[in-house]
Design a protein around this ligand. Structure first.
Ligand code: GDP
Length: 586
């Protein structure tokens, strides 16, 4: 009989070997056979571990550690004080044939009946319905696997999951899986007990079975809401929607409007005549036609912005599902998108993201935060993001004013957040998302916040003297200054003979007319007054001997390398030089 071993979702190679009671080298070799290069301290995921255990033919069964289920992955999205309420995003999950599709249809029929949208026939991944003058966004369940993939890279798509259970069939394996998923993702659940119109309907049995899954419904002293419905007759559907709104109110779902729009691609395909078409869910900000957006390794200038029922939209805010055209390539399901300032930034960010995706083996996506970091890097914004906290309003204002005075044409202080009072967890979260440093002036930092900051790698500095704060800011800004490039001439050679020319290499001979030539060194090829190429000197020869240096009035042989073909001519000059980057001062 196979032994069962519980391991974490991620485990180091060394730890896995230990658990399997095998030499580390054996595990590493097995990983290599499967194309995974990992050292003893590197971490591999559960699935990889499971594959190699299987391939080694061990009598061992791996299981994910249970405790993980109890720690929800979901963290409340960071929002500012100005954030406004947004509609809940709801997914419907449950066992096959329990009525997920019928329920989604019934909910949508409600909307169609109210004349909100003309008959929606084709498949869509999300839609919104109105109930009591409020909106609810429903996702057409993209299957458990797709959800799992999304969760893997931290994307938080849903606020609430409706678990559909057929009243005449009860809790089944996929019901349990759905409950497990919702728990793991840390999202709230509502149970819709469906098919109530059927004769064998037994909602009490369903509730009892749910209790066996440690899902305690209200009648059993728990806090899970159940709603009896019939997707067939439509009975109870309104109640279900009311419950969704109620749960949403408790969750206090909010999003910022006044930020560059961002969100998630939930479906994408190629369409004849329209090119790449993507369905996306806006998470924050306002998305408008004409905006430049980057998603994964591609970008778009939003050409058409439509609702999923094909109505053109002037703008779309949080929790709104939209259809976007204008992408250069088809983005991928689960890609996060962000709006950027112009096409140049969109193009360079997409290119950088594509490279990161290519280099980050197995990496599925670039998160919107990573995109923003890439943008800031490639944007030459050279801004220092700061969050400033001070003891009183007066000192806060003077700190901010003195820091603003440090701005130059090339670097600037950007205060992304400020306030009076001690440093809070919200400051740390905001610092993390905006890649900011926190400066506290005459304020304290509770020790739990200190821990949070060090865990999230957020720098927090506390000051009592304003000049020290200013000096440190100046030092940080200096680091952002693009370094100065300094070229120093070494010497010059006049070409007297060309011995060999290939696409990337030239061998020639000549006389040093000034200074000295060294190897290796950079060199410019000058014809008349014009620079025709920049090359790298790879070898020097004095007679048949290799030389490190040759001096004025000496004859020498010289080889250089270049990126493209250089058709050297007699009489050309080769000017050797060094190039250094020198840090600058503010
Ligand atoms: P899914 O696999 O969960 O998407 O289930 P479907 O929505 O496809 O429903 C499976 C079957 O159950 C279909 O034949 C539906 O007509 C039927 N069904 C769904 N909801 C109800 C309901 O409330 N009452 C009755 N009597 N049948 C239903």
């Amino acid at each position: 009989m196979a032994t069962t071993i519980e391991i974490d979702e991620m485990i180091t190679v060394g730890n896995l070997a230990e658990q399997l009671m095998l030499p580390v080298s054996k595990v590493i070799t097995e990983l290599m056979k499967n194309g995974v290069m990992a050292t003893v301290n590197e971490r591999i995921d559960f699935d990889t571990a499971q594959i190699i255990v299987g391939e080694m033919g061990l009598e061992i069964e791996l299981m994910r550690k249970k405790q993980e289920e109890a720690t929800p992955h979901r963290e409340k999205k960071v929002v500012s004080d100005q954030a406004i309420s947004r509609p809940p995003v709801v997914a419907v999950m449950g066992h096959v044939d329990h009525g997920k599709t019928s329920l989604l249809d019934a909910i949508r029929a409600e909307q169609v009946a109210k004349g909100e949208a003309g008959g929606i026939t084709q498949h869509i991944s999300a839609y919104q319905v109105e109930r009591k003058e409020r909106l609810i966004t429903f996702l057409d369940t993209p299957g458990h696997e797709a959800f799992a993939a999304l969760r893997e890279h931290g994307a938080q798509l849903t606020d609430l999951v409706i678990i559909v259970v057929a009243a005449d069939d009860g809790v089944k394996p996929q019901t349990i899986e759905a409950i497990r998923f919702a728990r793991k993702a840390g999202v709230k659940m509502i149970v819709a007990i469906n098919k109530m119109d059927k004769e064998g309907a037994n909602p009490d049995l369903v509730k009892q079975q749910l209790a066996e899954q440690e899902l305690l419904v209200e009648e059993w002293g728990g806090d899970v809401v159940t709603v009896p419905v019939s997707a067939k007759t439509g009975k109870g559907v309104d109640d279900l929607l009311d419950m969704v709104l109620l749960v949403a109110d408790v969750e206090d779902l909010r999003a910022d409007l006044d930020v560059p729009a961002r969100g998630l691609i939930i479906e994408a395909h190629m369409e004849q005549g329209r090119g790449p078409v993507a369905e996306a869910l806006v998470e924050a900000g306002k998305l408008k036609p004409g905006d430049f957006i980057v998603a994964g390794g591609t970008y778009a200038r939003v050409r058409n912005l439509e609702s999923t029922s094909k109505k053109p939209l002037k703008e779309a805010t949080a929790s709104t599902p939209v259809v976007i055209t204008g992408f250069k390539a088809v983005p991928e399901f689960g890609n996060e998108f962000v709006v950027v300032k112009d096409e140049k930034i969109a193009r360079s960010t997409a290119a950088a993201a594509a490279t990161e995706l290519k280099n980050g083996a197995g990496k599925l996506d670039i998160s919107s935060n990573e995109l923003i970091r890439i943008i800031n890097r490639s944007n030459k914004l050279n801004e220092l993001n700061l969050i400033i906290k001070a003891d009183v309003q007066g000192s806060l204002t003077s700190v901010i004013d003195s820091l603003k005075a440090l701005d130059t044409d090339e670097v600037a202080v950007r205060v992304v957040g400020s306030g009076v009072g001690p440093i809070t967890d919200n400051d740390v979260r905001m610092a993390q998302t905006s890649d900011a440093i926190i400066y506290g002036f005459n304020v304290d930092m509770p020790s739990n916040i200190k821990h949070q900051a060090s865990r999230d790698r957020v720098t927090v500095q506390l000051y009592r003297v304003i000049y020290e704060l200013i000096d440190d800011t100046r030092a940080e800004l200096t680091k952002l200054l693009p370094p100065e490039i300094v070229e120093t001439p070494l010497g010059r050679l006049v070409v007297k003979g060309i011995f060999k020319t290939s696409k990337t290499e030239v061998i020639c001979g000549g006389e040093v007319t000034k200074g000295k030539l060294v190897t290796p060194a950079l060199a410019k090829i000058i014809r008349g007054k014009e620079e025709i190429a920049e090359v790298e000197i790879t070898n020097l020869k004095r007679g048949p001997q290799d030389a490190k240096e040759v001096f004025e009035s000496e004859m020498c042989g010289l080889s250089f390398k270049s990126n493209s073909r250089v058709d050297l001519e007699e009489g050309d000059h080769i000017e050797a030089f060094t190039r250094e980057t020198v840090a600058r001062n503010l």
